[in-house]
Design a protein around this ligand. Sequence first.
Ligand code: ZN
Length: 305
Amino acid sequence: MVPKFDNLLQLIDRFPDEKSCHQYLAGQRWDGYMECPHEGCEGDEAWVFKDGIRYKCKCCKRIYTAKTGTIFEASNLPLKTWFVALYLVMHKKGISSIQLAKDVGITQKSAWFLLQRMRTVLGNDKQEKLAGKVELDEAYVGGKNKNRHYDKKVKNSQGRAYKDKTPVFGMFERGGKLRATVITAASGKVLRPLVYSNIEMGSTLMTDEFNVYRDFESNYTRKVVEHGKGKYVDGDCYTNTLEGFWSHLKRGITGIYHWASRKHLDKYVQEFVFKYNYRNLGAQQQMDVFIRNMDVRLKYRDLVA
Ligand SMILES: [Zn+2]
């Protein structure tokens, strides 16, 4: 019976060397059924080298490891560093590249790249459509003026007031998953494909009075909570779960990361979404979800593109 790990000390004990990390990864990736990761080969049998890390495909005769074809492949960092980093990233508040560099003894540059690749995987969560009661809301994140409060009135006027902020759109299924993504603008044209591809038609949408949401009334039931009138809960209609998520996201980005450029903001958003959705899992289960999301067909070049 392989020991479980729930905290950092147990994780470090569980992975004393590179071999134990590789074997864990192989177990999660192949579950006892090998698949040659080399392009154009479908071999499912291999010889194992003495090191317990390398395999030689019986079909194409090429060598591979559990890292081949994953985001771990192009990195010189030991798998243990990745595993510990993932544990630290999953902390509620997250971790900066400066702090991660100190904690695991790598350069800040390596830590930054590691975190960015990790966030790409976090954003690759397999998703079924949301259904039932679904909260919708947008937020405006970042910008230079940290003291400016989010003002709902801004939504109906054009641009100006949040020129330096980036809009983020969120959807939350009550009792289910939360999704959020950086958008170019909170317009019908942008929101339509997001709502239709993410939410089952016929579901009930909980929104504020922002008129863009009127668009969806023909295919969904829409319930409106009138924030403009100071109402935040109207029966079961509220968007408070998303409001809570937004304030957590904003605090995280200004507190830990200080600032996230518009270009990279979505990666941070995905980190917070993943952490929100899997906050009740233990460290080992979180790592297993991460490995599952690490779509092995996704090549390193595509990830950094
Ligand atoms: Zn092969």
